[in-house]
Structures are given as C-alpha cells and as structure tokens.
Design a protein around this ligand. Structure first.
Ligand code: DQA
Length: 158
C-alpha cells in the first residue's frame, strides 16, 4: 500500500515557526517517525511539501493511479483554495486532512476548511501525532476498500 503525504505552505518551517502553536518538531522529524510506523505496517509513504498552490494541485493529480490514498495538510490553503479542493475531488482517492492545531479553537478565518469537503475525514488539534492518527485511519479505509474490491472480483469469477 502506498500513501502520499502532502504538506502545504510554511510547514517546512515547523520547529521554528510559532512553536507555542505547532510544537518543536521539524517536518523532517515528523516524516521520519511517520515513515517508521508506516513501514512496520507495510505501508510506503511518499512525502511532498510545497509553498505553491499550483504545485500542490499538480502533486494531487499525480496521485491518480500511483498511490492508494492521501494524507494532506493544506495549511493556509485549507481556508482559501478551491483549486486544491477540486483536485482532491478530481482524483477521488481516500483522503485524510490533518491539522496540527485545532483550527476550530483559533481565529474565525481558520475555522472554515474549504478543502475538507473533498476529504474522507479530518483530524485537527492533536499536534504532530495527528499524522499518525491519519495514517491509522487511512490504512483502515484503504484495507476496507481493497477487501470489498476483492470480494467483488471473486463474486464475478463465480
Ligand atoms: C494548519 C492550520 C492552518 O490554519 C495554518 O495556516 C497552517 C497550519 C495546522 O496544521 O494546524 O499553516 O494547517
């Protein structure tokens, strides 16, 4: 099973940026930990970070036919990007949106996610651990989809 982890703008500054909100871990450290727990479960992760909306749209489009699901933190684009929302809807892959902070506890402009409507579910407010929760949830969903597809195949073969 292959999962793309897509990180939006300013997440490359984790560990430096507003540590009182986002914590002390760098993006590299978060990815290292995530990779370790993924590989224990036979899951391969592909990491991507960009500060540019179009590059994130391109990366989402590339996911079609190459990965089984997406973990995405669109960061500030969460609240503004119809293009990212549309890209997620276009590829229609199982997707978990993750936010390190609890966006519902913050400024009003952060309390609306435009992109979430194109995701399977959202995890928000559990710090970097949210990525692990996202991985567990997504692995479960993908396994369920694979099991249903397998059962349908066997049914058709009868
Ligand atoms: C964030 C929340 C966003 O509002 C913010 O713009 C970010 C990070 C989070 O992970 O908590 O850059 O997505």
């Amino acid at each position: 099973m292959k999962i793309a982890v897509i990180q939006g703008p300013n997440l490359n500054m984790l560990g430096v940026r507003e540590r009182n909100i986002y914590g002390a871990m760098s993006l590299e450290q978060i990815h290292e930990q995530l990779k370790a727990s993924a590989s224990q479960n036979g899951v391969e992760l592909e990491f991507f970070q960009s500060n540019l909306e179009g590059e994130i749209v391109d990366r989402i489009q590339e996911c079609l036919g190459t990965v089984d699901g997406i973990i995405i933190n669109p960061a500030a684009y969460t609240h503004t990007s119809i293009a990212i929302k549309d890209a997620l809807s276009a590829v229609a892959l199982p997707t978990v949106e993750v936010h390190i902070s609890n966006i519902y506890k913050r400024e009003e402009f952060r309390q609306k996610s435009i992109t979430a409507g194109s995701s399977t579910g959202v995890i928000t407010g559990f710090g970097p651990f949210g990525y692990h929760l996202g991985l567990i949830a997504l692995t479960q969903i993908i396994n369920e989809i694979k099991a249903i597809e397998e059962a349908q195949k066997q049914q058709q073969a009868k």
